[in-house]
Design a protein around this ligand. Structure first.
Ligand code: ZN
Length: 430
């Protein structure tokens, strides 16, 4: 373990530490973050109304919208000269969320990333191939700092240039792959085509930046011969390091000494009991540059504090089922793309690359699942195609109660992603 005294702390002591840190965080917000203080006042809360974590429910939520409204630095709680690093979300449709770090935040970040890397079995004997983008995205630099801090040899490859990626992976004898799960799938395919799987030394994957189903993880493991682990974080909350998987892979251990997590009903905002599935809401406890109150992540998950066989005592979060933003409502049914992915990835003859197309035909919503065959020769057997299509259709109907259209397409015709995947095309309302 990287910080065993914290990672194995008793639940009572951990809660006491959270309480102590929350008091400081609350004071910091009230004294130094005027925009957030106003948000609280508007909700009828004064500083003295909040004396412990028990009172958290009285506080309003913050969300991505708050970042947009207060772009670029309105939510910050330190003067500009104390900020040593800025990152941001991609902000393709609106102003990006700006994330910031003080020197102290940077120290914590390194340790948080090192913690989940050690959890995944990475050590200073490893060589890590980082295929996350380097830039405003927190993934590349975050993993780079954490791994280097542990003494791991780091290759800051960045994303793209797949041929060069494969060459370096082979020649540098990389043992750890850091990427989004979508890019890992893409690399796996390239490895197979290049016929170099036996020359690679990869053994562990550290995957983040987007969610993935256990079925997709299994496929990446099989294709690359590695153990796949997930980690989680958001730019608004300080990047990767909020949680990560140990080798038991029974959910991602949350760094509870730095983050207080709640699960709410996304429609009513009501806090749900442990074990129930809902939206993750996070209050960071130690961030200096950018403390936040009750940040709504939009990620759907559930928490457990049951003991883990690895000996770590922190609560764990289940792999995110999807973002509440990604949820499609089709003929009144809630559909997460991950539910369809879990069906597709179990099938023979088809690859892991797919696209969901939603249309409105008359007053009816329709969902087309476009998925790629592994072997183009299957296209010549009408019987086989019919069988694959029917099986997929039936399994999706069993899970969602929806009849969808399944289209099988030739190999290499569905778009590949070097960063985060975009697997839904919603043509309704256009
Ligand atoms: Zn564990």
């Amino acid at each position: 373990m990287w910080q065993p005294e914290i990672e194995t702390m008793g639940r009572g002591a951990a809660r006491a530490l959270q309480e102590e840190r929350f008091q400081k965080a609350w004071k910091h917000i009230w004294d130094d973050a005027p925009a957030q203080r106003k948000l609280c006042r508007d909700a009828g809360v004064e500083q003295g109304d909040i004396t412990s974590l028990e009172d958290l429910g009285k506080l309003p939520f913050t969300d991505k919208k708050a970042f947009t409204e207060h772009y670029p630095f309105g939510l910050f709680a330190v003067p500009p000269e104390e900020v040593v690093r800025l990152h941001s979300t991609s902000g393709t449709t609106s102003k990006p969320s700006m994330g910031g770090y003080t020197a102290g935040d940077m120290q914590n970040w390194k340790d948080l990333v090192a913690r989940f890397c050690v959890m995944a079995g990475v050590s200073n004997r490893d060589t890590a191939h980082i295929a996350f983008g380097f830039g405003m995205f927190t993934g590349g630099f975050g993993l780079n700092y954490g791994l280097e801090h542990m003494g791991v040899r780091v290759l800051p490859m960045g994303s793209g240039q797949t041929e060069k990626q494969l060459m370096m992976m082979r020649d540098m004898r990389s043992t750890v792959l850091v990427s989004t799960p979508s890019y890992a799938l893409y690399l796996a395919e390239a490895v197979r085509e290049a016929g170099i799987r036996d020359e690679l030394k990869l053994r562990v994957g550290l995957f983040g930046g987007e969610g993935h189903t256990p079925e997709m993880a299994a496929q990446i493991e099989e294709n690359l011969g590695i153990t796949a682990t997930s980690n989680y974080g958001l730019c608004e909350l300080g990047g990767p390091g909020l949680s990560g998987e140990c080798l038991e892979r029974q959910g991602m251990h949350i760094a509870e000494d730095h983050y207080y997590c709640e699960i709410i009903d996304p429609d009513t905002g009501k806090v749900l009991p442990e074990g129930e599935t809902g939206e993750l809401v996070v209050t960071p406890l130690t961030r200096e540059a950018l403390p936040l109150i009750r940040y709504r992540t939009k990620d759907i998950t559930r928490l457990t504090s049951q003991p883990c066989a690895c000996g770590r005592t922190s609560a764990r979060m289940a792999p995110t089922l999807g973002r509440s933003d990604d949820m499609l409502i089709i003929r009144g049914v809630n559909v997460f793309p991950s539910q369809i992915e879990s069906v597709l990835i179990r099938q023979e003859h088809i690859g892991p690359h797919y696209m969901l197309v939603v249309r409105r035909e008359g007053v009816m919503d329709t969902l087309e699942v476009r998925v790629e065959l592994i072997d183009g020769s299957a296209l010549e057997s009408y019987k086989l195609l019919e069988r694959i299509r029917n099986t997929i259709q039936e399994q999706i109907r069993n899970i969602l109660g929806l009849t969808v259209k399944v289209t099988l397409v030739a190999p290499q015709t569905v778009e590949r992603f070097v960063g985060k995947a975009r697997r839904v095309i919603d043509e309704r309302g256009k």
